[in-house]
Design a protein around this ligand. Structure first.
Ligand code: ATP
Ligand code: MG
Length: 437
């Protein structure tokens, strides 16, 4: 059964079914179907990557990836409910209702001398690597040891060629191979290191951690569209706060959110950090409560400080109004930030909108103030307004008023927003402060 390249190596371990904790009960039925059908078709089939890692950690994987020696065409031929996808790599998606199982053909590591892929001139970055390989090739092209474990559907064993099981036991995040070379091949691995360390609460093994500070600027060569994908994984997966702290600790923030990083300077436990961390904590809570999160809100939080500063400059030097200055600063910073992270307009427009809405919270009287409650971005704009208490830009009393007024029945709301001249009866003061007490 073994392919010729699976030569024995002292490290190649097969952990039999009764020596690991992976139970088929925790593997999705759809993934099992795909694995068995591949096996019955005469192919190798393994569960691989994050799902095996998370199963070994007693977690509940959210998606199940499969690796096989069948080519994408052969996989497609086995499943009607499948389609070929992928720009960077060709993969097959097998669909079961809302669940998608991703099936990838074993791939060779990126640095093979082969016509089928190119290495970016000078940088060592991999541009294309659609090169099929053996099981062994597939192991070595993966990033971290904990992500390179294979659950074999033939005998339910776990195949570990890189010491991943031991690293998981010791909660160590370790790159496979030479760390510097692996980061140069794909600098996004630096973000992945931070993300996994934060999510799994693993220690980044020193050899894996060391090059990050030195190589951080390689992230500047990564296409902004790919960084938008990473942005979601970093901040919308339920561990945003921890991930944020790790990004700062490893010096990656300036390459992802340069304006935010500059605005923060060395504020690590001051109001600016407090403002951002409160937002990240809210986001994590929403994810934990299964509420939807959008990148729009966090992007607004990240850019708010820089936008506020730029708007102040415009007000002073260009004689713009408060709103004009926020509109201009929002447009300028969102365009500049987009050069790093390509934020689709459906997120960047509302992001700018909720920043521009901030001055409207300063007025509490009249129809226009009242209508703010009905604005389709009210909720997000209000959340940003509340956070600004951290920055000392908003009084707690004002934040509380906007919180309270939303809860009031319609007639009471009207009264709260009524212009002073329209207030039917001035409320009588029941208690007068007595002098001398
Ligand atoms: P998550 O639970 O966050 O999805 P994951 O480990 O499944 O974690 P994915 O981004 O879904 O992460 O990738 C699946 C697998 O593909 C990884 O476990 C890893 O083996 C491999 N992989 C992904 N990206 C890279 C990369 N940039 N370099 C090398 N291997 C990678
Ligand atoms: Mg995954």
């Amino acid at each position: 059964m073994e392919s010729p390249s699976e030569t024995a190596d002292d490290r190649n371990q097969v952990i039999p079914r009764d020596e690991h904790n992976i139970s088929r009960a925790n593997i999705s039925k759809s993934a099992l179907k795909v694995l068995f059908r591949l096996k019955d078709g005469g192919y190798q089939a393994y569960l691989v990557g994050g799902s095996v890692r998370d199963l070994l950690l007693d977690g509940h994987p959210k998606d199940f990836d499969i690796a096989t020696d069948a080519t994408p065409e052969q996989v497609r031929a086995l499943f009607n409910n499948s389609r070929m996808i992928g720009r960077r790599f060709r993969l097959v998606h097998v669909r079961f209702g809302r669940e998608i199982i991703e099936v990838a053909t074993f791939r060779a590591p990126a640095n093979h001398d082969n016509d089928d892929h190119e290495i970016a001139e000078g940088s060592g970055r991999v541009l294309r690597d659609n090169v099929w390989g053996t099981f062994e090739d597939d192991v070595w092209r993966r990033d971290f040891t904990c992500n390179a474990l294979y659950y074999d559907i033939r005998d339910y064993s776990v195949r570990d060629h890189v010491g991943g099981v031991e690293d998981i036991r010791n909660r160590q995040l370790r790159l496979i191979g030479d760390p510097e070379q692996r980061y140069r091949e794909d600098p996004v691995r630096m973000l992945r290191a931070v993300r996994f360390a934060a999510k799994l609460r693993f220690e980044v093994e020193p050899g894996t951690a060391e090059p990050i500070g030195r190589l951080a600027e390689l992230l500047d060569n990564i296409p902004a569209a790919r960084l938008f994908d990473e942005f979601g994984k970093l901040f919308q997966a339920g561990h945003a706060l921890n991930t944020w702290r790790a990004l700062r600790y490893f010096g990656l923030l300036p390459h992802l959110l340069p304006f935010t990083a500059e605005w923060l300077g060395d504020d690590v436990d001051g109001p600016r950090t407090g403002f951002i961390e409160a937002a990240l904590r809210n986001t994590d809570k929403r994810v934990a409560d299964d509420q939807p999160v959008t990148p729009m809100f966090l992007l607004a939080v990240f850019l708010w400080g820089p936008v506020r500063e730029r708007a102040d400059y415009f007000k002073e030097h260009e004689e713009m109004s408060e709103v004009q200055s926020l509109v201009a600063a929002g447009a300028e910073l969102s365009a500049a930030q987009n050069a790093r992270i390509a934020v689709p307009k459906r997120f960047s427009y509302p992001m700018r909108e909720i920043m521009q809405m901030q001055p409207r919270f300063e007025r509490r009287r009249g129809k226009r103030a009242h209508s703010l409650l009905e604005h389709r971005r009210f909720r997000a704009a209000y959340d940003l307004f509340l956070l600004r208490v951290h920055l000392g830009e908003v009084e707690q009393e004002a934040a509380d008023w906007w919180t309270k007024v939303q809860e009031l029945p319609e007639n009471k709301k009207k009264l709260e927003f009524a212009a002073d001249k329209d207030r039917a009866k001035p409320r009588r003061r029941h208690r007068r402060p007595r002098k001398g007490t």
